[in-house]
Ligand binder design. Structure first.
Ligand code: ADP
Ligand code: MG
Length: 693
């Protein structure tokens, strides 16, 4: 005995308290080789019975006994396996997947039983040949007649080589001649299987069946054997595996489906790519700004000098300072740092005056060691300063020319002019000392022009005077406790994280503190170590950061909008692909398979958006750069440089990492947005999906 129905009841809930009994105590046994017709008037419960046998619907009471095993013990998984391995279903309205060809409609079933591509293709071709459709394998359902569609459906029902073929009014939508052809085909191809057919066509039942069961109002009225059943069932040679649909197959299905609604997909892709484009650009802005700053500012003349001073609480012209109040150990650390090459007393820039032609002007003074930076060597007009020489920047050169009443656009004219260097300092005993030295301008340095007058003196040449003035006794550390500050010359200052960290450290009242002081924040008492390029960099980064925040908000909005659009497209896709869901489930597809199909559609949309987004970002980079140039009033070439090989927000690098992660990110966002709709698809009732409208 192949199949048995034991005390099967089916009640449908029609209102809160009302039930309709569609099947009432059905007891039946079926053998292999039987061709059973279930006949009866419309609404008597035929389809309900067939759906229960198919495992598409559950009985309210009673059980199926399949090959000796009761369905009472069945879990969802067992039902899926039962449908996948034992059942072939033929519907009145064919239920073919519209966007697949005849061949693919047959293949999809074998996909679920784990056959390889070649085996699948071979078997599908063979089956289509058997149903006489060799010439129509690449036709879509819309290009086939009703009879042809039903023959594809028969080929599909046979694809998993089931023991049981269930057919619900298979000829209901066909004219009588075509109907007979289809019946002939079905009986010849499945003669050794159990065929259970629902029909209200008694003539058809009489002609083809070995047994006819009459159903009325959900009760078996008659059960009559007409001919002997064919019992020599040939053994199945099909090697079935319990496999779910591969993502590759799911992607293929989704691509097919998406190609049918290009317009909608294009709009969603466009909407989805806005966020990704923004994301790529924002990273490009951050990265470009960093590269720009590194290129420009770290070449700044004294990027290797760390200025160390006590934080000023009150200062006057002579520079009086409060005593150091924070933990002294922290200062000592700086001296001990590996990166520190040398230390020297710093002339507090508040107290440097230049006297030119009897006129005074304040300037920022920087000392230069003998090892001067590459930048200076390359960007100096004239020469580097020696004893009693100074180098000036453009602003200082302009200032000197102005003080000398020389009208000249050529700042190189400042070279050779004599200036007096006036330094006022307060010694340990608060005694004022003025250093008064004559210098000749040796050259002009073309650094980034911030219009701040700076002069550079040769420390080694000036050392004696400076040390005499500043370091009468003790060490620099002792000196710091009484005086303004000193400079530390660093190794590899530009990419020296340790020093940068030390500079920004809160405990040191570092550059962060300086920034807050610069922007009018409260001054903290204590130690202050800073590096001009680093401060500029931080300031620049703050600006960039604000820009990034603004863009980020925009991106988040864009991502939310695109996620919603993805969801909507997917929801409508589910409605459209209802039949597909039903069929996949009817042939034993699991929830997982259905989920995969829709998730793959979401992921594909995300991938499209990602790719498009990245492409657009690379194109938009140029107009955005010129826009920034226009807004800021000066050119910043490469200010938007999308990094290529870095995973965003990490230090992980590999070729094309940025692009790959952005595209993956887009796919992930889309997959998340698509999860709920996809989940909903799995929840869809199979019979609802397949019900003939
Ligand atoms: P048929 O013999 O025409 O195939 P069906 O098995 O489809 O009949 O339906 C049997 C009865 O059960 C009908 O009266 C139908 O209205 C009712 N029925 C079927 N499905 C449902 C359902 N999901 N909810 C409520 N009633 C249903
Ligand atoms: Mg019916």
């Amino acid at each position: 005995m192949l199949l048995e129905l034991k005390k099967v009841y089916k009640k449908f809930k029609i209102s809160r308290k009302q039930y309709f009994t569609a099947l009432n105590d059905i007891n039946l046994t079926f053998e292999k080789g039987e061709f059973v017709s279930i006949v009866g008037p419309s609404g008597c419960g035929k389809s309900t019975l067939l759906n229960i046998i198919a495992g598409l619907d559950e009985s309210t009471k009673g059980s199926l006994i399949i090959g000796g095993v009761s369905s009472k013990k069945f879990k969802k998984k067992n039902w899926d396996l039962y449908r996948k391995n034992n059942i072939g279903f033929i519907f009145q309205n064919f239920n073919l997947i519209e966007h697949l060809t005849a061949l693919e409609n047959v293949e999809i079933v074998m996909n679920l039983i784990g056959l390889g591509i070649r085996e699948r293709r071979e078997r599908a071709l063979e089956l289509l040949e058997q149903v006489g459709l060799s010439k129509h394998i690449n036709h879509r359902p819309s290009e086939l007649s009703g009879g042809e569609k039903q023959r594809v459906a028969i080929a599909r029902a046979l694809a998993n080589d089931p023991d049981i073929i269930l057919a619900d009014e298979p000829t209901g939508a066909l004219d009588s001649k075509t109907g007979k052809q289809v019946m002939d085909l079905l009986t010849s191809l499945a003669k050794d299987k159990l065929i259970i057919m629902v029909t209200h066509n008694n003539e058809l039942a009489d002609e083809y069946s070995s047994r006819i069961i009459g159903l009325k109002d959900g009760v078996i009225e008659s059960d009559e054997n007409i001919t002997e059943a064919v019992t020599n069932r040939t053994k199945s040679t099909l090697k079935k595996k319990n496999k779910s649909m591969s993502f590759f197959e799911a992607f293929k299905l989704s691509l097919r489906n998406m190609s049918k609604k290009k317009g909608r997909i294009a709009i969603t892709t466009l909407a989805g790519c806005i966020g990704i484009t923004g994301f790529a650009l924002i990273m490009g802005l951050g990265n470009g700004a960093n590269i720009y700053i590194d290129k420009q500012l770290n070449k700044f003349a004294n990027s290797d000098v760390l200025m160390v001073s006590k934080n000023v609480k009150e200062s006057n012209d002579m520079g009086s300072y409060t005593t150091i109040s924070s933990d002294e150990k922290d200062y000592k650390k700086i001296f001990e740092m590996e990166e520190v090459k040398a230390s020297r007393p710093m002339i507090n820039t508040n107290n440097v005056k230049i006297n030119v032609g009897n006129q005074e002007s304040e300037m920022v003074a920087y000392s230069l060691g003998n090892e001067t930076s590459e930048f200076l060597k390359e960007n100096v007009d004239g020469k580097l300063p020696l004893k009693n020489e100074i180098l000036v920047n453009q602003a200082a050169a302009r200032e000197i020319l102005k003080l000398l009443n020389i009208e000249s656009k050529d700042i190189k004219n400042a070279i050779g002019k004599e200036v007096t260097f006036l330094i006022n300092v307060t010694k340990d005993n608060l005694q004022k000392v003025t250093v008064n030295e004559n210098f000749v301008v040796s050259g002009v340095v073309n650094e980034l022009d911030f219009d701040i007058s700076s002069i550079y003196y040769n420390y080694d040449a000036f050392k004696e005077i400076l040390n005499e003035t500043f370091l009468t006794t003790g060490t620099l550390y002792d000196y710091l406790t009484n005086n303004s500050g000193f400079e530390i010359i660093l190794k590899d200052a530009s990419d020296n994280k340790l020093v940068t960290n030390e500079i920004t450290a809160e405990k040191n009242g570092g550059a962060g503190n300086i920034l807050s002081v610069l922007s009018g924040g409260t001054q903290k008492e204590g130690f202050m170590a800073y590096n001009i390029p680093v401060i500029m960099k931080l300031q620049f980064e703050q600006l960039i950061f604000i820009a990034q925040i603004v863009i980020s908000i925009f991106i988040i909005v864009a991502l939310v909008v695109s996620s919603i659009m993805t969801s909507i497209v997917l929801y409508s896709s589910i409605v459209e692909r209802k039949t597909e869901i039903g069929i996949i489930k009817a042939v034993g597809g699991r929830d997982k398979d259905v989920l995969r199909i829709f998730e793959s559609e979401a992921i594909l949309m995300g991938l499209f958006s990602g790719v498009l987004g990245v492409i657009i970002a690379f194109v938009l980079k140029y107009p955005i750069e010129s826009l920034i140039a226009k807004l800021l009033g000066f050119k910043l070439p490469g200010i938007v440089t999308i990094p290529l090989s870095q995973v965003p927000f990490t230090n992980v690098t590999f070729p094309l990492a940025t692009i790959i992660t952005l595209i993956l990110f887009s796919a992930i966002i889309s997959a998340i947005a698509g999860y709920l709709p996809s989940k909903k698809a799995t929840k869809m009732q199979v019979i609802d999906a397949l019900r003939e409208e």
